[in-house]
Design a protein around this ligand. Structure first.
Ligand code: ZN
Length: 356
């Protein structure tokens, strides 16, 4: 695998957002202003204390939220505030990677704070297994009368903008199947040296949506809480994934996920770990990421405070103290320069990387 050296010179980047137009029916409603026009593709990785919530705004002003944190008002409030800071007046596309409470839990209260339009998730198992909370699923269903159940191979259509690439959002895996597989496909293939299968994961983690977002030369992978054996199917027997620039680390950096064969196939330049102070960011995964990317490329939402934890260097950690102020990580892909910038605004950290 290859490594790319980040440009060490910090690039101070300030994204100026101004109030968008009032919401209308149907996406997209945010009209990019002059100041947005050169803002490229923007991300906020919201601290939801070991859950997941990633906000994305495209150059055309379309917004995507992947996962909504934990139940209750805390995470919904944090996501709504991040949306406000990005200049959003609604969420155009809300995608739940899977049905666990730390991913779908915030959608009910969030939809009371900001309008949420189209909703997406993977096919619901019937009957609902014990690890899926029916009330949370009902709250998700209540947001949209016509939710979309995604399968591997699907795409979510995003609007283009003249003078800049059109983002493409594809589903590489869903329901435990990778693109090209049919129902009943095995979960384990003995096709590559070095792969040690783990016992079958019967939880909803294994059914997580795996999303690939492309924007020009930039690629990001977000796989929810996908676990080991299905991760392996992304690289073997067919290679479903390509190299990416940014890997939103599966399962909060847990060691039952992050199969090294997947991580090495992705060969990311930057990894974002949405861990909590005592959840995720587990030692084997963190050590592997830091070895591959060096700690310049490993960003964490939280310092892991557990004994024996392996952390990236402090300058790459948004929330160092366990009792935190929910600082977020931002990422912005420049529209034409082939660069992207990862920022921790609360620490005045801006790191400039080159998209491949
Ligand atoms: Zn999770």
């Amino acid at each position: 695998m290859r490594f790319r050296l980040p440009l060490l010179a910090a690039l101070v980047t300030t994204t100026i957002v101004t109030a968008a137009q009032p919401p209308a029916q149907g996406p997209p409603t945010q009209v990019p202003t002059e100041s947005d026009a050169n803002s490229g593709l923007r991300f906020s990785f919201v601290d939801v204390e070991g859950g997941a919530a990633t906000l994305i705004v495209t150059p055309a002003g379309e917004s995507i939220l992947i996962d909504s944190g934990n139940p209750g008002d805390r995470d919904a409030g944090r996501i709504a505030e991040a949306a406000r800071q990005m200049g959003l007046t609604q969420i155009d596309h809300y995608i739940t990677t899977h049905w666990h409470s730390d991913h779908v839990g915030g959608i009910g209260p969030l939809s009371k704070l900001i309008p949420v339009r189209a909703t997406y998730g993977h096919r619901l198992p019937e009957p609902l297994p014990e690890d899926i909370n029916a009330d949370l699923v009902a709250a998700w269903k209540a947001v949209s009368a016509t939710p979309t159940f995604l399968v591997a191979g699907d795409s979510i259509s995003l609007r283009g903008k003249r003078g800049t690439p059109t983002p493409k959002l594809r589903v590489l895996a869903a329901n435990g199947l990778v693109d090209g597989e049919k129902d009943g496909a095995p979960t384990v293939f003995k096709c590559e040296k070095g792969h040690q299968a783990q016992p079958e994961d019967t939880t909803d983690n294994a059914r997580s949506l795996v999303l690939h977002l492309n924007y020009g030369d930039f690629d990001l992978l977000a796989g929810g809480d996908l676990t080991w054996n299905i991760e392996h199917k992304l690289v073997c027997p067919r290679r479903i994934v390509s190299n990416v620039d940014v890997y939103l680390v599966n399962h909060h950096g847990g060691d039952t996920s992050n199969n090294p064969l997947l991580v090495e196939a992705l060969a990311p330049e930057v990894a974002i770990v949405n861990n909590g102070p005592r959840k995720g960011g587990e030692p084997r995964t963190m050590a592997h990421l830091i070895t591959l990317l060096r700690d310049v490329g490993v960003f964490q939402l939280h310092r892991n405070v557990r004994p024996g934890a392996v952390n990236s260097e402090t300058g790459r950690i948004a929330n160092v103290d366990e009792a935190c102020k929910a600082q977020l990580i931002r990422l912005r892909v420049e529209p034409s320069s082939g660069r992207f910038v990862v920022s921790i605004p609360s620490r005045s950290v801006d790191r400039d990387f080159s998209a491949k």
